[in-house]
Write a protein of this length. Structure first.
Length: 316
């Protein structure tokens, strides 16, 4: 089924986070939701799943407004993998994933539900942990359990908030391979928030950049130019090709004047040479108090200019 987001707006109090977000995800399509920390990726996913109620706009699944659906019907149609969560009580990996079947079977799961769980556990390489409680697992293993719970939910829309967080390289690829296969096999509409631009380009049909409350780019991963990435992330990047893949290589953070945040030298390279540089201040330039001096240029003693937490330590 198709996921449609129309003119979506949301804010926390007087702080707007989303403003006029528009996005359509077709059947069998996996869209990567990219953007820096704090840009609103998790907020957008939570609005789609009715964890948060939008201030304006609408979200529809196959033409039906999510706001008009009951909670159980929403859970039948939309699966959600959060970044993290706290369990109210200890539960095994098998039982936790089995909870994904509740919208279909209620509190009395049948044999088909258990078989579906067993298949997902095997596919996600969790068989060795099936009878262990989730709180005994590593962060990456817990994330795989949350993914498994969403997969057995058998929804038509799948929302994932950094599903590879905490996973090593092997398991990142394993999880995304399984996610890609699931989207292709079931024709779900998938929206996945990610930080790794290269993994997003490898596994997603389209990508979109969330910046300043709006989707800046929606298109093929190749549409992500170095200039676009720099404008959103404030990071200089180099685009290279390796093994027939287009890769984004981060180089250095940038500020408006071309200098790095700590004031160290950043060279603007032109035709292979340095054009202009911004040089870091020396130790004497950083501190107006000479070694052994008692006061600064404004007449205050050195210890009076120290951070408040440093003065607490100096009292001993």
């Amino acid at each position: 089924m198709t996921l449609e987001i129309r003119d979506l707006a949301f804010g926390y109090g007087d702080d707007p986070v989303l403003d006029g977000v528009e996005l359509t995800i077709e059947d069998g399509e996996l869209v990567g939701l990219l953007g820096p920390n704090g840009s609103g990726k998790s907020t957008l996913l939570e609005c789609c799943n009715r964890i948060l109620e939008p201030d304006a706009g609408s979200i529809s699944v196959d033409g039906d407004r999510v706001a008009d659906l009951g909670r159980n019907e929403t859970a039948r149609r939309i699966g959600y993998v959060p970044q993290s969560e706290r369990s109210a009580f200890p539960a095994t990996v098998f039982d936790t994933i089995l909870m994904g079947r509740r919208p279909h079977s209620g509190w009395t799961p049948g044999e088909d539900d258990r078989v579906a769980v067993a298949r997902v556990i095997d596919a996600l390489d969790l068989s060795a942990f099936a009878t262990r409680t989730v709180d005994e697992l590593s962060g990456g293993q817990r994330q795989k359990v949350r993914l498994g719970r969403a997969l057995v939910q058998e929804t038509s829309v799948l929302l994932l908030d950094e599903p590879t967080a905490g996973l090593d390289l092997k398991h990142q690829l394993s999880v995304l391979d399984h996610l890609r296969e699931h989207v292709d096999a079931t024709s779900v509409s998938g929206l996945v928030a990610m930080h790794d631009l290269n993994l997003a380009a490898r596994y997603c049909d389209r990508v979109t950049l969330l910046s300043d409350g709006q989707l800046d780019v929606v298109g093929d991963p190749d549409d992500l130019t170095g200039e676009t990435i720099e404008s959103v992330y404030d990071v200089e990047v180099t685009i290279v090709r390796a093994a027939d893949r287009r890769l984004v290589v981060p180089e250095r953070p940038v500020t408006g004047d071309g200098a790095s945040p700590d004031g160290s030298t950043i060279e603007a390279m032109t035709n292979g040479g340095a054009d202009e540089t911004s040089t870091a201040p020396t130790a004497d330039e950083r501190s107006p108090v000479a070694d052994g001096g008692a006061t600064s240029g404004d007449g205050r003693a050195a210890d009076e200019r120290s951070p408040w937490w440093r003065r607490l330590l100096d009292r001993d």
